[in-house]
Write a protein that binds this ligand. Structure first.
Ligand SMILES: Nc1ncnc2c1ncn2[C@@H]1O[C@H](COP(=O)(O)OP(=O)(O)O)[C@@H](O)[C@H]1O
Ligand SMILES: [Mg+2]
Length: 309
């Protein structure tokens, strides 16, 4: 399937009274279909502007934006109908949660059942009669996710979904996004300036700085390219036997034994070495599955921001 979002040499200039800002500067990228993509970069790097371009709220100064194969500036309404958007600074009407969500459902032609299902999905069940004004920040973000999910979007844009949350709510929102990834199987783009917390969620990364695309790729590819640590999940008949073989390899940083599996932490650049050991006849027999779980994004972020300075 083709990519739902494609930017080709997109520049967005804001003409202020005092200064001219190039929020996006000749940016080209694609968001692969059905991935959870992290749109990453420091404050002011152009993340929110990118989302507004995708939504058709802004017109590029030059270059081409395509969403679902069409120009969102020209066909905004039809594009927006297929997108769930959690803005960076959402504003909610001062009404009970349920009334607001029912209103959103009406506008998007979704049913009452959809609202109930989504309320359960985001964990707002006990709060539907509460006024939006009474919700804590963490629950406001749940409400933000709920309104974005109404109408079965094919693409979800989440702008700084965990900003300004306490650590516990942050954790809960991330868990929720993980569940959404599993349950919905749609394309999700998460804009954030805090990378390490996305570790367990994203499979694709796009790093921008000052409106320019610095790096992009699938997580595994970037981890390998930047020599950061990665965690591999290995489903195996005799995890202990394999573990004792792996710990002697010097690129193996740690091994965690589980019931019928292992989680091995290695420097991602040594993936081939790991696969070589796994293919040795005495180990390969009981191995059922090998999969990269995640990589050390903190380390990757440091290397990426280092390379863009
Ligand atoms: N409406 C606007 N008018 C003028 N400048 C803007 C406007 N929106 C964004 N900018 C500027 O564009 C740059 C990128 O902003 P933004 O996309 O919000 O970055 P991010 O979301 O990555 O923090 C910043 O320098 C910001 O000040
Ligand atoms: Mg922003």
């Amino acid at each position: 399937m083709s990519e739902p979002v494609v930017f080709e040499n997109v520049t967005k200039i804001f003409w202020g009274s005092k200064r001219v800002v190039r929020a996006l500067d000749n940016a080209s990228f694609k968001i692969p279909s059905k991935t959870v993509a992290g749109l990453l970069g420091p404050n002011g790097s152009g993340k929110t502007t990118s989302f507004k371009l995708v939504m058709g709220f802004l017109k590029p100064s030059s270059g081409k934006v395509s969403v679902f194969g069409v120009d969102p500036w020209v066909r905004g309404e039809s594009v927006r109908r297929r997108i769930g958007y959690l803005p960076e600074k959402p504003v909610y009407p001062d009404v009970p949660v349920y009334r607001y969500l029912r209103y959103v459902a009406k506008v998007r032609n979704a049913s009452e059942e959809d609202v109930s299902r989504i309320v359960r999905l985001v964990g707002l069940s006990g709060y539907v009669w509460m006024n939006t004004r009474g919700l804590s920040r963490g629950y406001l973000q749940r409400l933000g996710l709920a309104q974005a999910l109404i109408g079965d979007p094919e693409l979800l844009l989440l702008d700084e979904p965990t900003a300004n949350l306490d650590p516990l709510s942050r954790r809960e929102i991330l868990e929720l996004i993980k569940d959404l990834k599993k349950e919905l199987g749609i394309t999700i783009v998460i804009a954030t300036h805090i990378l390490p917390e996305l570790q367990e969620v994203v499979d694709y990364l796009l790093y921008i700085n000052r409106g320019r695309v610095v790096e992009s790729g699938m997580l595994e590819e970037l981890a390998t390219r930047y020599y950061v640590d990665a965690y591999y999940y290995i489903e195996v008949e005799e995890p202990r036997k394999l573990a004792s073989r792996l710990v002697v390899e010097d690129y193996v940083r740690g091994v965690e034994i589980r019931d019928k599996s292992l989680v091995v932490r290695i420097n991602a650049a040594f993936k081939e070495e790991l696969l070589r050991v796994l293919s040795l006849p005495e180990y390969s027999i009981g191995i059922r599955r090998v999969e990269m779980l995640t990589s050390e994004l903190g380390e990757l972020y440091e290397k990426l921001s280092g390379s863009s300075r």
